[in-house]
Design a protein around this ligand. Structure first.
Ligand code: BGC
Length: 805
């Protein structure tokens, strides 16, 4: 549709007003101009539409919706069709609730196992993340509403999440952190995309011309609207100029004035504003029509069943000694662990869904045909040692043939707003496991955790069933796997390192300064472990089944592979066949192997199927920083077909014509990047990779100092505020329930005060606070007061004008 007529009927102030939200989750309407408002809601694993007081952290209750397994879970299914079905159901629920834009899926790369939001993301691998996310987007958008893949880009940690600067070389950016987004944009055409909070190489993602213009719009052909993360806009005018469409949540009139002034002073042009407006109007009108046309009801029971199916197909069986599983009907079982009664089935933060119904493991077990001898809580959920609980559980464990031990991470361990402190399960759970195993060797651990863990304790159980965070119906799925009603077919979308100390980004993840150096470059996850030869607990792509599969008859060329997969066991099952590409004789450094295709195939016992896994334009390419484009190194490549990254069953060699580009690293010494031993890359080598000197990372007293850092300022008020915030944060962590408000505020930069208070605080007032923190105590406070008065007067006048337009 052409919106020229509408646009030409608006004055500059009205145009600018439309480019930011009016409330936390709605855009601004101009009824006099025929422009309606639309609603945006989280999120990635179910709709979180707040009917009453809205906040962006999931603090206030939202309208009940189906809580599907989180993305980290469904990624383990390696089944895009399943992802699309989940997306479709979420899209239906969103439209039924009047939501035009569903804020998800999240597809940031799991750079470190400690990122607090890994449960919301798909994988450490861009190809798998891209395929799954594209499927979600297609599903969500089937009825005409918009998905909003996020957070674009290089957003890999929660510490200082709104102000940290991700420093990475262009090749790493393109190959690892952008490829998934590229696939989503090209394959699924999302109507919106959410820019990330962080900076990328010195410029906020939301005003980064390289990301938003050169790459997203020009290279990939994105025609939709870019939505800021909530409070993620730094300089709205620069955002608009560089391709950011809608500033959220509700920055208030000060932001509108800033935009008007930017046009009037020539910082940006009115044509920039019009271009963004065109994108916004297309979004508003098309998704509003879709919502209006959609049914206002959905089949909650069918969605619950789908949530259960998604959880079941995503469960990963990590150990099954002596084929303890599946259990036979009537087997006596003792159920132990707090998570059996109160499931941990989703993460905390903006993704948290007010679930329509939540199944518990205990309830589902009752219908399983297994013979339960009882339940014991076993441990304190928040990690406090409790001998009485442990003793009671050990006693119970003696009375059954098999112990079903429900362990996992508690709520504070994985949350938006805070990174994990370690990769450990709570010590009291591990003590319980050891004590139970000492009296009954048949221990099955059922694990609820949204990201990888150190698992030295695995010796104490015979079977390990990893349910990840299975959503509202996840408990029933676990029971299905125990009884064999469901043959597990999930495979890990994230490597499980033996120890955190083995992970590649350990030296550079979550630093305290402004910058975060991605020194490990391309060597994320299995790309690192495989290349550097570091052993893992469970490799990427790993997962067991109750049956076995044989691979044969590989035929390969540069377009893909064809092979036969046979179910050689005695029950039906599904196998995830993975296709990796390797070039052992590469001149340009690259990981030992990279995933470039996969297929999930279902087979009855004894059945064989011939499958084809195509290769696409991403199979052989690498980003050349000299020619500034994708190139292909010519020569022979290995195509490795396997059941995991460490279990390659068939290999073929194909010859690929190269593009004869110059070696971008010629003359540079890069021994660590050549061998993949990147855990400690020296400054000089990293600078050579970056192609520039390392940026300074010291925290500055400016609009982007976080509230938690105010102690570094020169104002006693700032010291007190930071100390109080720090104390509140520690108290909430000790309580074991994440206080998302405090977490958010701690990492929030000062400028976000002006972006998230619906106009109550202006940027001028923030500048007064900055003066105060710089030590100009009196002038700072006076400026805050003066700006506050000015803000009230100007806001009132503007609201009056907008109301009458
Ligand atoms: C999160 C986004 C979310 C938004 C709205 C932000 O804090 O980073 O993922 O969509 O809030 O709730």
């Amino acid at each position: 549709m052409n919106y020229a007529d509408i646009i030409s009927s608006l004055n500059l102030e009205q145009k600018c007003a439309l480019l930011s939200g009016e409330t936390v989750f709605t855009t601004r309407a101009l009824p006099g101009k025929g422009i309606p408002a639309i609603t945006l809601s989280d999120g990635p694993n179910g709709v979180r539409k707040q009917a009453g007081a809205a906040d962006h952290l999931g603090l206030n209750p939202s309208v009940p919706a189906t809580c599907f397994p989180t993305s980290a879970t469904v990624a383990n299914s390696w089944d895009p069709a399943l992802g699309q079905a989940v997306g479709r159901a979420m899209g239906e629920e969103a439209a039924a609730q009047g939501v035009s834009v569903l804020l998800g899926p999240g597809l940031n790369i799991k750079r470190s196992p400690l990122c607090g939001r890994n449960f919301e993301y798909f994988s450490e691998d861009p190809y798998l993340a891209g395929k799954m996310a594209a499927a979600y987007v297609r599903g969500i958008q089937e009825n005409g509403i918009s998905a909003c893949p996020k957070h674009f880009a290089a957003n890999s940690q929660e510490l200082r999440r709104m102000a940290s600067d991700s420093i990475l070389d262009e090749r790493t950016l393109r190959e690892i952190y952008l490829t998934g987004f590229e696939m989503v944009v090209k394959e699924a055409k999302p109507k919106t995309i959410m820019s990330a909070y962080n900076l990328v190489n010195g410029t906020y993602a939301n005003e980064n011309a390289h990301l938003l213009q050169d790459i997203l719009r020009k290279d990939w052909g994105f025609e939709g609207a870019v939505v800021t993360d909530w409070g993620g806009s730094n300089d709205h005018a620069l955002g608009v100029k560089n391709g950011s469409t809608l500033e959220m949540p509700c920055p208030g009139d000060d932001s509108i004035r800033e935009l008007v002034k930017a046009v009037e002073t020539g910082k940006i042009t009115e044509a920039d504003v019009d271009a963004r407006l065109e994108e916004l109007l297309e979004l508003v009108f098309t998704t509003k029509a879709a919502v209006d046309a959609a049914p206002s009801k959905f089949d909650a029971a069918a969605h619950h069943a789908l949530a259960r199916q998604a959880a079941a197909q995503s469960i990963v069986l990590l150990k099954n000694q002596d084929s303890l599983l599946p259990l036979t009907k009537g087997e006596t079982v003792a159920v132990i662990g707090d998570f059996a009664k109160t499931p941990r089935y989703q993460g905390a933060g903006s993704s948290a869904v007010n679930s329509i119904q939540v199944d518990s493991f205990l309830d589902c077990l009752a219908e399983s045909g297994l013979n339960s001898v009882g339940y014991a809580q076993g441990f304190d959920r928040q990690g406090k040692a409790d001998q009485a609980l442990q003793d009671e559980a050990v006693l119970l464990a003696k009375n059954a043939k098999v112990v079903l031990l429900c362990m996992g991470l508690d709520e504070i361990k994985e949350s938006e707003g805070i990174d994990r402190a370690d990769m450990q399960l709570a010590q009291n759970q591990l003590d319980l496991l050891a004590a139970v195993a000492a009296v009954n060797p048949n221990v099955v651990v059922l694990l609820s955790a949204g990201s990888s863990l150190e698992s030295q304790w695995i010796k104490d159980c015979k079977a390990l069933v990893y349910g990840c965070l299975g959503g509202q119906a996840g408990a029933g799925a676990l029971v299905e796997v125990l009884t064999g009603a469901q043959n597990p077919s999930g495979k890990l979308a994230e490597t499980w390192a033996c120890r955190y100390a083995d992970t590649p980004a350990r030296e550079n993840f979550g630093g305290q300064g402004r910058t975060v150096e991605y020194r490990e470059s391309l060597y994320v996850g299995y790309r690192y472990y495989d290349t550097a030869g570091v052993p893992t607990a469970f490799p990427f792509g790993y997962g067991l089944s109750y049956t076995s599969f044989a691979y044969s008859d590989l035929q390969a060329d540069a377009q893909g592979v064809t092979l036969t997969v046979t179910n050689t066991g005695s029950c039906a099952g599904a196998e995830v066949v993975q296709l990796y590409v390797a070039k052992p004789d590469a001149k340009i450094f690259r990981p030992a192997k990279e995933l470039k295709g996969f297929a999930k195939v279902e087979l009855a016992a004894g059945e064989s199927k011939t499958i084809t896994i195509p290769l696409d334009d991403k199979a052989f390419r690498y980003w050349n920083v000299k020619t500034d484009r994708w190139e292909v190194e010519g020569g022979s490549y290995q195509l490795l077909v396997g059941a995991s990254s460490a279990d390659i069953r068939l290999t073929a060699v194909v010859t690929v014509e190269g593009t004869n580009a110059p070696d971008p690293y010629a003359g540079l010494a890069m021994p660590h990047y050549m061998t993949g031993e990147v855990a400690q890359v020296p400054d000089a080598e990293y600078e050579a990779l970056l192609g520039r000197p390392l940026p300074e990372g010291k925290v500055r007293i400016d609009r982007n100092m976080t509230l938690g850092e105010m102690g570094h300022g020169r104002s006693p008020l700032g010291w007190i505020a930071a100390a109080v915030l720090g104390a509140l944060l520690n108290r909430s962590i000790k309580k074991g329930k994440p206080d998302l408000n405090i977490l958010f505020q701690y990492n929030m930069p000062l400028r976000a005060l002006a972006k998230m208070t619906n106009g109550a605080i202006s940027m001028g007032m923030v500048d007064g606070i900055v003066m105060e923190l710089k030590g100009f105590w009196i002038i700072g406070i006076l400026r805050v007061i003066w700006e506050a008065l000015k803000n009230v007067v100007l806001n009132n006048r503007m609201e009056e004008r907008l109301k009458n337009s």
